[in-house]
Design a protein. Structure first.
Length: 402
């Protein structure tokens, strides 16, 4: 087996690896330590190939699209990474950054790991992933080789549930990465999805969760929200489509220090995003992910669609206790991430610490790594490669071998 060339750890990496061997949940890195995080291997070339699979759920066929990255030299042919974007994005988020640096999926492959980056059903444009219609006029595209009548698209929007997304991701993994141990990263809305892959995978196994602003299973997110008084219940009409804009970017608290953002302004970021991301999110996705109080709106989906109630509610079930003992979780969070670190009143009451504790209580080896300065979109900002390097040092250290 031809493998990558090793790089010795830096002082910051050495500190990080020593912390992995402790029972301490939280690991803090200051800015100097963050800048001292080095790659575990020398970079190699990689190729990107488009892959798709068609699957059936809730009365329809659906297409799911992904990019499979193959490194020129693999570190371990038995391991692969899976990368899942956030709510209104696509796999393009994880290919290149808006200013042309490698994204997280490409960085993983350049370090020697086969990587599959996936787009939820409906979010990929058949035009090579480039969206051309104005954001205000966009609707999901659920079949990539044919147009569907608008009335059918509207019906599909009610039935492309959390389970539909996760089933599609799992089938694409089984087709492309059969027999491998999977280390899975889901950003934001994608975080609970990768934590549910075990329910659908048949030919591969998730052994690690690599996080950044990822959260965890929806049951735990509901508990955290219910116990966080500052968070108010919100839901959306079932026919709603959320559409991203510079204003929604600012309202979400996604602006970070300009010295970390080569695009400088939300308007410039959105000019890139309007082409490379779907910029839309359906009501069922919004309601299943964010409605963590009394989810009455989900009952309306059951009535309107005629689908089994479990299709809209079983994402709120407890995780399988046997699964919790079979994985390890490394959750990275940044100090300015509003939803994952700031809300809650103190770090000890933040979403990521709550989720980390729940994993640990379930028998999952878990650490929460807090890094400075970034917010929720830090995965695309300067020095984003260091997120990948921490995941890979943990992989090399054997952290994800439970």
């Amino acid at each position: 087996m031809t493998t990558q060339t090793d790089v010795p750890p830096s002082m910051a990496v050495d500190k990080f690896l020593k912390n992995l061997d402790t029972s301490d949940l939280r690991i803090d890195l200051n800015w100097d330590e963050w800048m001292d995080v080095v790659a575990p291997y020398e970079d190699v070339a990689c190729t990107r190939n488009e892959v798709t699979v068609r699957f059936n759920r809730n009365g329809y066929d659906w297409d799911i699209h992904g990019s499979l990255y193959d490194p020129a030299k693999e570190v371990d042919p038995g391991v692969a990474y899976v990368v899942v974007h956030g709510g209104a994005g696509t796999e393009n988020n994880m290919d290149w950054t808006p200013d042309g640096r490698p994204g997280l999926a490409r960085l993983l492959a350049m370090q020697g790991f086969k990587t599959l980056s996936v787009t939820y059903p409906g979010h990929w444009s058949p035009n090579g992933g480039i969206w051309t219609a104005p954001v205000a006029d966009r609707y999901p595209i659920y079949l990539l080789d044919q147009e569907t009548p608008h009335a059918e698209t509207l019906d599909r929007m009610l039935k492309c549930t959390f389970n539909c997304n996760v089933q599609g991701i799992a089938q694409l993994i089984d087709e492309q990465l059969a027999g491998r141990d999977i280390i899975a990263f889901g950003h934001s809305t994608g975080g609970p999805m990768v934590a549910s892959l075990y329910k659908f995978l048949k030919k591969a196994k998730v052994t690690g969760l690599a996080g950044f602003g990822s959260g965890g299973p929806h049951k735990w997110l509901k508990e955290w929200r219910d116990g966080t008084p500052e968070l108010k219940h919100r839901d959306w009409p079932i026919d709603n489509v959320s559409r991203r804009s510079p204003d929604t970017f600012k309202e979400a608290g996604y602006e970070d220090p300009v010295e970390l953002c080569p695009w400088e302004t939300p308007e410039n970021y959105m000019e890139w995003a309007d082409k490379h991301r779907s910029q839309i999110k359906t009501s069922v996705c919004d309601n299943q992910h964010v409605t963590m109080g009394e989810p009455k709106r989900l009952e309306e989906f059951v009535t309107v669609t005629g689908l089994p109630r479990a299709e809209f509610f079983d994402h709120l079930d407890d995780p399988d206790p046997n699964w919790l003992k079979s994985v390890a979780a490394l959750l990275i969070v940044s100090e300015n991430d509003k939803g994952h670190w700031v809300q809650g009143g103190s770090p000890d009451k933040s979403q990521e610490i709550y989720v980390g504790r729940k994993y640990a209580e379930g028998g999952t080896p878990t650490h929460v790594v807090k890094i400075p300065r970034y917010g929720h979109i830090g995965y695309a900002e300067l020095h984003n490669e260091r997120l990948v390097y921490l995941w890979l040092w943990a992989t090399k250290h054997g952290f994800f071998k439970v």
